[in-house]
Design a protein around this ligand. Structure first.
Ligand code: 1CP
Length: 360
């Protein structure tokens, strides 16, 4: 009974259908980092919150910024406003953001003793602000579009925890991985357990699909990717709730720079794979198309070009994927902060206008 009520409540489900490769009237679209600094209204709400973490921890304001891009563009999904680094923060690392710089941690993880000193995360209490945001957003969306929950992959989270913030060369985390692989595995194991718990809690709170962001998996060698990133994402996929409230909860895996591992990623049992722009989506479909849906994959920098060029590139990607369901349009990575919102609009509208020809 519950199931029927929530299914009928969803007014636009083409995103969930495409992830399961079910027929749709047109290709659904959302944008990675669709709530963010390219939107003046986001900057205003963030200023009102004081800083980035206060924005994440305030469910009403987090809800407000989640919905902002939906008010501007005809998007087919909302993504929870939060960050992947909430888990390391809950483990006791003390996350903070210096203005104009990336994320930083007060405590850094480098040794076995450091790994053992990590707090065991209790999602319901330590990350309850995230679950409250999920519930608030679901209520406010009122079935308009589905809500995506997310987490970082264990490897990607580990890069920030060991480096102490963003990194270009991953020197400390890679030294740890090569010199003391057993310590690296201990860390990844704790992270994988926390991610499973965290995503399942988001699903129970109302997330209708989940995405695992493996932003830095592409920095690894082939062998290292399998052992230190893929293996843990596979554990996570196996541990997730796959059906809730009478509907499947699709899982999307996104490894940036992961084009060479698509078959292995499909083997994890995920429903969909996120593609960055370096892989041709048509070839990717040829390799894995019967097993998973594909999400992507326009180069975010195309949004710096004119609306006419953006439209041409959208058409090229739709042609490359070809006829039929199983494609969720997106950027190959997050939208850049200096993009003109009118160009983002031209992008979304091009997908809405051009994609019906590829269905039905
Ligand atoms: O100044 C600000 O307002 C902070 C900028 C910002 C934003 C808008 C950060 C700090 N996080 C976020 C929100 C966010 N982060 C979302 C929800 C917004 C949406 O999609 O609409 C999501 C899904 C993330 C995920 C995230 N955080 C990832 C994975 C996705 C990706 O882009 O690869 C990563 C790597 C992070 C870490 C992080 N948090 C913030 C920044 C600037 C970064 C990246 C730092 C780096 O490049 O190393």
């Amino acid at each position: 009974m519950n199931a029927e009520i929530s299914m009928s409540e969803l007014k636009n489900d083409r995103f969930l259908k495409a992830l399961l490769r079910e027929p749709v009237d047109r290709t659904p679209i959302w944008m990675m980092r669709q709530a963010g600094r390219y939107l003046p209204e986001y900057k205003a709400t963030r200023a009102q919150a004081g800083d980035f973490m206060s924005l994440c921890m305030n469910p009403d304001l987090a809800c407000e910024v989640t919905i902002q891009p939906l008010e501007r563009f005809p998007l087919d999904a909302a993504i929870l406003f939060s960050d992947i680094l909430t888990i390391p923060d809950a483990m006791g690392l003390g996350l903070y953001f210096e203005t104009g710089e990336g994320p930083c941690f007060k405590k850094i993880i480098r040794t076995e003793a450091d790994v053992q000193s990590l707090n065991v995360v209790n999602t319901e209490s330590d990350l309850d602000y995230v679950l409250k945001a999920v519930k608030t957003i679901r209520r406010e969306l009122n079935g308009r579009v589905p809500l995506i929950g997310f987490s970082g992959s264990p490897w990607t989270l580990a890069t920030y925890m060991v480096e102490g913030g963003s990194s270009k060369d991953f020197r400390h985390v890679k030294a740890m991985m090569y010199d003391t692989p057993e310590v690296m595995h201990q860390l990844l194991d704790v992270l994988a357990k926390s991610v499973i718990d965290y995503l399942n809690a988001q699903i129970k709170a109302g997330a209708q699909a989940v995405q695992i962001f493996d932003t830095w998996g592409g920095s690894l060698s082939d062998v290292a990717y399998r052992e230190f990133s893929l293996k843990y994402m596979q554990q996570i996929v196996a541990g997730l709730i796959r059906e809730h409230d009478g509907r499947k909860v699709p899982v999307i895996l996104f490894t940036k720079g992961g084009g060479q591992w698509l078959e292995l990623m499909a083997d994890t049992g995920a429903d969909a794979l996120g593609l960055d722009w370096t892989t041709d989506i048509g070839s990717a479909r040829g390799r894995v198309g019967n097993r998973v849906a594909l999400q992507g994959n326009m180069d975010p920098s195309v949004l710096y070009a004119s609306p006419a060029t953006i439209r041409t590139e959208v058409k090229r990607i739709l042609d490359s994927y070809g006829q039929g369901s199983g494609h969720v349009f997106n950027l190959g990575h997050g939208i850049h902060q200096f993009v003109d919102p009118d160009h983002a609009k031209a992008f979304v509208e091009a997908v809405v206008e051009l994609s019906p020809a590829y269905h039905g």
